[in-house]
Ligand binder design. Sequence first.
Ligand code: MN
Length: 482
Amino acid sequence: MHNFHFIVGSQDLYGGEVLRQVDEHSKIMADGFTQTLPYAVHWTPVVRNSAEIEAAIAAANHDPHCAGIITWMHTFSPSKMWIRGLTRLQKPLLHLNTQFNKAIPWDSIDMDFMNLNQSAHGDREHGYITARLRLPRTVLAGHWQCESLQQRVAQWQRAAVGVAESRKLRVLRISDNMRDVAVTEGDKVQAHIQFGWQVDYYGVGDIVTLVEAVTPDEIAAQMAEYRANYEFATEDIAAIEYQAKMQVALQKFMQDEDFGAFHTNFQDLQQLRQLPGLAAQDLMRQGFGFAGEGDWKTAALCRMMKRMAADLPGGTGFMEDYTYDLERGLNMGAHMLEVCPTFAATKPQIHVAPLGIGDREPPARLTFKAQAGEAILATIVDMGDRFRMIVNDVQCVQQPHDMPKLPVAAVLWKPLPSLETSAEAWILAGGAHHSVLSYGLDAETMRHFAEMLNLEFVHIGAHTSIPALRQELRYNDVIWKG
Ligand code: MN
C-alpha cells in the first residue's frame, strides 16, 4: 500500500516550545489527511537543519511504500538548509501552502502566534528554492481541512501512485507490433529510462506452451468465475473453455513473472485457436493493463491509469476510436473484442461470434452497454524526440439504440469541446487511435502524472480552440526539442 511522507520545516530559532507545537499540529494534520485522502500521510518529526532535512528525504527515498513527499513550512525554514536534501529527492514533491488555523484569532493574536503560524512567509522562502532548483513539483494552497483542497491533494496522490507503479512496471509483449502500423511503435529504451517500464518480448510459441499445460481443474475453476461474474449467452461452451485456458495460462505467467500489463497481436496467433477476447477482458477487470496489436505503450498506460483510479468509481480500460455519429456529435469506441468490463452498465454477456479479421476460430467475448458519465481519454505517442501525452475530456452517453448485429461492447461519448474540434485537435496532435478511457480520473490528475515524468502534456477540453492548439504544438516543438 502506498503512503506519503509529511515533512514539516522549521528551524531552531524559535525555541523548544514552538517546535513542540509544530509537531503537535502536524501530527493532527497527518492523521486528518490519512482519514480523508485516498492514501495514508505519514507524520515525521519537524526538520530543523540541513542534516535533518537530508535524513528525512533519504528516508522517503528509501521507503519502498512511499510514493511522494508533502512539504509545508509551519514557520520560517531557511531554504539553503533544503538544498542538500531536495537535490537528492527521487520522489514526487507536493509543496502544500497551508496553515493549521483557518482564521486570524483577532482578539488573541500576538507575536508568539505570528512566529508559530507564518507559512505565508515560510512557504514563499521554500517556493523560491524549489523554483530555483527547477524541481518537478506541484504547489497547492488552501486550508488543510478544506474539501476542495483535499480533492486536489487526492488528484496529486493518485498521479504519484501512477508514477510509483510506472517505475516498477513490467510489460509482457506477446509477439511484436502489427505490421506497417506506425503509432504503436516507440522507443522502449527511452520508455524504460523515463517511465521505468521494462518491456519484454515473448514469442507466441512460449504462450502456446503455457496454454497447453493448463489442467482441466484449472479450466473448471476459471469457468466458475466466469459464471459468477457474467451471463452465458451462447451454447458454445467449448469456445469459452478455450478462453478460460488462455486466461489461466496468461494470468499465472504474469503473476509469476511480475508483469502488470500485456498485449496481443491478432496477426500472429500461431497455434492459438482463438484471439484472446473474454480472457483479455477478464484480465483487464482484475487490473492488468492491456492493448491490442502490439501496442505496449497503451497497455502500460492502461495499467498505470487502473492503479491511479483504484479508489474511484467507474471503469478504466483500453479503448479505440471506431466510428462517428455525426448527427449527434458522438464518437463510438470499441475494439474487435477487448472492451473492458469495468465500463459496463449492464451485466456483461458472453457471446461467441466469428471475427472478420484474424483467421482463427470464433472467439468468446463479453458484450454489454456502457455507463454514461464524465470521463477522459488518454494516449501516449512517440514524437521521435520525446513522448507526448494527449488527454481529451469527454461525456459518455447512453447508447440511444440497440445494435443487435454488433457482437462487441461499445462506448459512446461526446468529446469536448465538440466532436469536430476534438477530432481536429487530437489528429493535429498526432493522437493514437488507441487510448485509455477512464470514468474516474480527470485531466488535472493526468497533468500531474505527466509533469512528474517530464512528459509533454496536451489537454483537449472545453477550453480548446484550434488556432491556440496549433500554437501550443508549435511552441512545444521548441521546448521539447531532444
Ligand atoms: Mn486496435
